[in-house]
Design a protein around this ligand. Structure first.
Ligand SMILES: Cc1cc2nc3c(=O)[nH]c(=O)nc-3n(C[C@H](O)[C@H](O)[C@H](O)COP(=O)(O)O)c2cc1C
Length: 348
């Protein structure tokens, strides 16, 4: 099967089947400490922020998904229109397909045409550095969409369960480190639904990674997706919920890498999830499958979904006493222990 056909198959599986992990993200164990004295006007809540030095209207990322096929172009077009309209950041799907077939570059570059001033992230699998790809290819991915940063995705479980998987991850970190030194834009390390451990975060920071997207368990499961492509899905079912729940991964990574900008993703489904992510130390929250599903209905459905997310985020901020994204530094997120709520900082 060609990569283009595989990409479309992934999209169709995601739209037609339940590909959700069975384990929750962990955000339901947290609550934002509310205040009855917000000392602000709800209508004046400010969602603008910066990430890696670039301005955003809202602290939300359309996580990397599509490109490389006609279906991918359709989704990239609608998603980029939303990024342009609401000032979200957006990642494109893996650009490996366009490195192999330059005639497909347009399925990615369309995003920059539609969102000329937005923050866009290029995307390539880290393991590709062991399969003939190097700095020139990464640079090509960045240039293709005039990206502000390159996301390198780490997807060990997906590769090992995928029929066509690239399974040799030996020596990857050294290559990532060399890439970080040479690439003229920041490199973001991203999982795809299994989360990073604190140990991973330490090693990635040492390697020179500029930001980490934890992409933990609780949302889309690649084991589930690949299971629908396999004739023998026993192993896929066993690994459906493999990894670290998103909230846990976020808190662990934040603790060991306090100065690395973080993106919380993997099962983020509501404005309150976004607010909790920001209170737990993320700079942005990333969402993939719900955006894809809304875009599959219509551009208007996607716009409505984003407006609801933004409204819910604003209400949560107002009721927690945060007037701006920067104010989250002073908002407590309480963790529900066995019998009581404790400040998340103590719960870590
Ligand atoms: C159809 C689809 C395609 C995806 N393709 C990529 C990809 O090419 N590169 C990547 O880093 N992540 C990819 N992802 C993973 C998402 O970016 C995200 O990490 C994951 O789906 C968890 O977020 P969610 O629970 O909000 O869906 C893809 C996800 C979906 C649903």
């Amino acid at each position: 099967m060609t990569i283009q056909a595989r990409k479309d198959e992934h999209i169709r599986i995601c739209l037609e089947h339940d590909v959700q992990s069975e384990v929750p993200t962990g955000f339901s164990s947290y609550t934002l400490e509310p205040t009855a004295l917000p000392e602000s006007d709800a209508r004046a809540i400010d969602l603008t922020t910066t990430f890696l030095g670039h301005a955003l209207d809202v602290p939300i990322l359309i996580s990397s998904m599509t490109g490389g096929s006609p279906l991918g172009t359709r989704f990239n077009t609608i998603l980029a229109q939303a990024a342009q309209t609401y000032g979200l950041a957006m990642g494109v799907g893996s650009q490996r397909v366009a490195l192999e077939h330059p005639e497909l570059e347009e399925t990615f570059s369309v995003v920059r045409k539609i969102a000329p001033r937005r923050v866009l992230f290029a995307n390539l699998g880290a393991v590709q550095l062991n399969y003939g790809r190097g700095i020139a290819d990464c640079l090509r991915c960045v240039e293709m969409i005039e990206a502000q940063a390159l996301i390198l995705h780490f997807n060990a479980l997906q590769e090992v369960l995928q029929l066509e998987g690239n399974t040799n991850f030996s020596g990857i970190l050294k290559k990532v480190s060399s890439l970080c030194r040479q690439l003229p834009v920041p490199v973001i390390a991203k999982e795809v639904g299994c989360g990073f451990s604190s140990q991973d975060a330490r090693r990635l920071e040492e390697a020179g990674i500029s930001a980490i997207d934890v992409a933990g368990v609780g949302g889309t499961s690649w084991s589930a997706i690949e299971g629908y492509r396999s004739s023998d899905a026993v192993l896929h079912e066993r690994f459906r919920s493999w990894g670290i729940p998103t909230a846990q991964s976020l808190v662990s990574v934040r603790t060991v890498a306090p100065h690395v900008p973080l993106i919380a993703s993997g099962g983020i489904r509501s404005g309150q999830d976004i607010a909790k992510s920001l209170a737990l130390g993320a700079s942005l929250a990333g969402i993939a499958l719900p955006f894809l599903k809304a875009a599959a209905v219509s551009k208007e459905a996607l716009m409505r979904f984003i407006e609801t997310l933004v409204m819910e985020l604003k209400i949560a901020m107002f009721c927690a006493g945060a007037r701006s994204v920067a104010d989250f530094a002073g908002v407590s997120c309480l963790f529900c222990g066995k019998n009581s709520w404790v400040n998340a900082a103590t719960a870590r």
